[in-house]
Design a protein around this ligand. Sequence first.
Ligand SMILES: Cc1cc2nc3c(=O)[nH]c(=O)nc-3n(C[C@H](O)[C@H](O)[C@H](O)COP(=O)(O)OP(=O)(O)OC[C@H]3O[C@@H](n4cnc5c(N)ncnc54)[C@H](O)[C@@H]3O)c2cc1C
Length: 508
Amino acid sequence: MSFNRLDQLRKLNESFDICIIGGGATGAGVALDATLRGYKVLLIEKGDFASQTSSKSTKLVHGGVRYLEQAVRNLDWHQFKMVYKALHERKTLLQNAPHLAHPLGLLTPCYTRWERWYYRIGMWLYDKISGSTNLKSSRGLSKKEIQTEFPSIESHHLRGGVLYYDGQLNDARYALAILKEAERLGACVLNYARLDSFELGPKSLKIKKVLFTDLRSEASYTIPVKAVVNATGPFTDSVRVLANPRLKPRMKVSRGAHIVLPTEFWQGDTALLIPKTDDGRVIFVIPWRGSVLVGTTDDPDTLSENPVILEAEKEYLITYFNRYSAKKASLTDISATFVGQRPLLQVQLDSAMNTDTKSLVRDHEVEVDGRSKLVSIMGGKWTTYRVMASDTLDVLEKEVLHVSASPCLTKDHSLIPLASVELPLGVAEDIVAHLEELYGPAAGEVYAFGSERLLPSEPYLSGELIYLKQHEMAETWDDVLARRWGVSLRDEVLAEKLRATKKEAFAS
Ligand SMILES: Cc1cc2nc3c(=O)[nH]c(=O)nc-3n(C[C@H](O)[C@H](O)[C@H](O)COP(=O)(O)OP(=O)(O)OC[C@H]3O[C@@H](n4cnc5c(N)ncnc54)[C@H](O)[C@@H]3O)c2cc1C
């Protein structure tokens, strides 16, 4: 069996222990953890894998400098523990898939002597909390050092800065790597499969079967399962009420917009953390796969499958970019935009309805509905997907399957694909870099599908399209451009040119 839709559809004849709804970071993590614990797993995702929040993040593997500041200022032990947990996950995430995640230096500019001390101590604390899992020690920098080492930053009025380290990941491909590994170990993993309803037991009202539609063929399926995990991120409440209409909403959605600029606007491989905007946010300027990512915002929003950036958000982000960048950009320089919706958890059910989303804690919670036994994993962030999965399965084993907890085996579980074919000698450098960045050791296998370039000056290959269809379950051009390659999130014009080369290869 391979990571191919037809193979997955054939597996639907098997019996399953756990059905996971949602194929973003959270669902993927639960699928791998459950498979490694020995369960027969079915995962269904209504769109493409990671097509919602999990491919529209700021792509940081981080504890959250801002959350640490909030924890210290408010003496909030809960928030502090959350930062601790995320900081300790960073290294694991980077180690398990080094082809998809790596350390990233971030510079915090300081404009007063007080700020230099404040951020130096803050970053020192950030390092200390990471302990042995710290990626690299932070250091203070003088104005002169910044001007020499980081010429992209606007140095007027600058007093110095602090350089610290977090991680950066290819979020969509990371989710895919987790799902591919779960599938290789026996899980059945299906995209374009939408949960429609549950069949409940006549007396207990416990979930007995999941009913879903394969959106590619419109075929309906009814599959008996022992337990169901709801890992639908911002959509969590819509699945909770399918299991038990009496459940009150728990999720609050917050939108985060990003703009992308060409690389000439921010040279080098160090990011910038703008620690405080006039309205109390943090904004990052991040070198990202040959482009510059600027984001993000944090505003209450209504749930949507395809949130689109507002003109005001573009202007807001460009204004802040220009305040801190030596090279100024205008709205017409923006090469792409994307908006994600954060699945934030309301701690208090009623009063938090009006809460400002910036102050909502990014922690997670596992809920078991006492009646249907639906297990919902809510909140959290990309960085902690593995811990979220482990917590979910511990609760599920105890409260739904009533078995003693089996060990979580994901911590040291590598997501590096096994290399079966070497890249031949003499392949153009840009193609090697492109294939290794996306597929790691599987680059040679992908190249074997065909070496013809789709566009003369770009490394994207026609053979990749066959590989992506047959071995990565890409069904549409958007699956390829937005998530398998990530190109439409960086350069919309290039994405359209690539689509035009072989329109017929995929549905649009
Ligand atoms: C703007 C922004 C920036 C962020 N930046 C970072 C960051 O830098 N670092 C970090 O650690 N975290 C970050 N996060 C948080 C992180 O991205 C999210 O916590 C994480 O991606 C959520 O993953 P998820 O799987 O829970 O949700 P999702 O990725 O949204 O996945 C849920 C899936 O469920 C599917 N689904 C819904 N209903 C059904 C149904 N009926 N049947 C089948 N499938 C269904 C959806 O299609 C969706 O794909 C950011 C979030 C946002 C919005």
